[in-house]
Write a protein of this length. Structure first.
Length: 277
């Protein structure tokens, strides 16, 4: 039997995950004197606190929570699908918890090298493969392949959030001088940092530059594209329409970013990500 465990980068709450047949352990979010678990936050209040000048911070899921999840499912072969190592300590925390479990050979901690939309799909596909009777090695083989067939772009509205988080390459950090424009960031292939992809004057032209890039990838029905936003639904809907007009057979889904990822990308940021099915 296989047990899938993940974190809230998959944008699943613990209760949603359990209903679907897996475990999701949320990251931690703090702002001012308030401390929450990711996806358990009144987002209107959260955005208000940010608007009032409070700065949110995040941290990986508590080690004890991960250890508890591992120990609870030691009657199964566990595959822990973690958000990208380097963007969070979540992957390292899962590795540490694995070392504390008596039967650690039953646990594989997988670095997805991505987050949010593609991470969510990896979990969904792994769960489907489990339900179809696939072995852990078959699921891991697909995950390894999928991790190399995804790209992620971020269009921040407030670059200071990314600079504070330190998740930028040196080249990308220099983009902070063009705050009046729209910097476009791209996740590095190893999933550890965001690098500069381009700079445009408008959200539409930023999205168009990403469309032109992914045209070379020949996106179609065998891909899934996610547009995830931080309280920027109007932008997300417009960008979705742009992609659908260009890629007639491409399925495009809109997701809302959780508090942990708003803390990194900033309010009104938009992420554009695709993965091969």
């Amino acid at each position: 039997m296989v047990q899938i465990i993940t974190d809230s980068s998959s944008l699943y709450t613990p209760s949603q995950a359990r209903m679907a047949g897996f475990e999701s352990i949320p990251l931690c979010v703090s702002i001012g004197d308030f401390h929450w678990r990711d996806l358990d936050i009144d987002m209107d209040d959260y955005y208000k606190k940010i608007g009032d000048g409070l700065i949110p911070t995040t941290s990986q899921p508590p080690l004890g929570d991960v250890l508890h999840a591992f120990n609870t499912h030691l009657d199964s072969e566990i595959i822990n699908i973690s958000m990208a190592d380097g963007l969070s300590g979540t992957y390292q925390t899962a590795l540490s918890a694995r070392e504390m479990v008596e039967h650690k050979d039953q646990i594989t901690v997988f670095n997805s090298r991505t987050l949010c939309g593609p991470h969510r799909y990896m979990v969904q596909k792994a769960l489907k493969m489990k339900e179809e009777g696939c072995s852990p090695s078959e699921i891991l083989a697909w995950l390894n392949q999928a991790a190399g067939k995804t790209e992620s772009f971020l269009i921040p509205q407030d670059f200071s959030f990314l600079k504070r988080g330190g998740r930028l390459t040196p080249l990308a950090a220099a983009t902070g001088s063009v705050l009046k424009l729209k910097p476009i960031m791209k996740l590095t292939p190893d999933g550890k940092r965001l690098d500069k992809f381009g700079v445009k004057r408008t959200m539409a032209s930023a999205a168009e530059s990403i469309i032109q890039h992914v045209k070379k990838k020949q996106l179609g029905r065998e891909h899934l594209l996610y547009i995830s936003h931080a309280n920027a639904i109007e932008d997300a809907v417009k960008i979705k329409s742009m992609f659908e007009q260009t890629f007639k057979e491409l399925e495009v889904q809109i997701l809302e970013l959780s508090a942990a990822f708003v803390a990194q990308g900033g309010p009104r940021c938009v992420a554009i990500q695709y993965i091969e099915r």
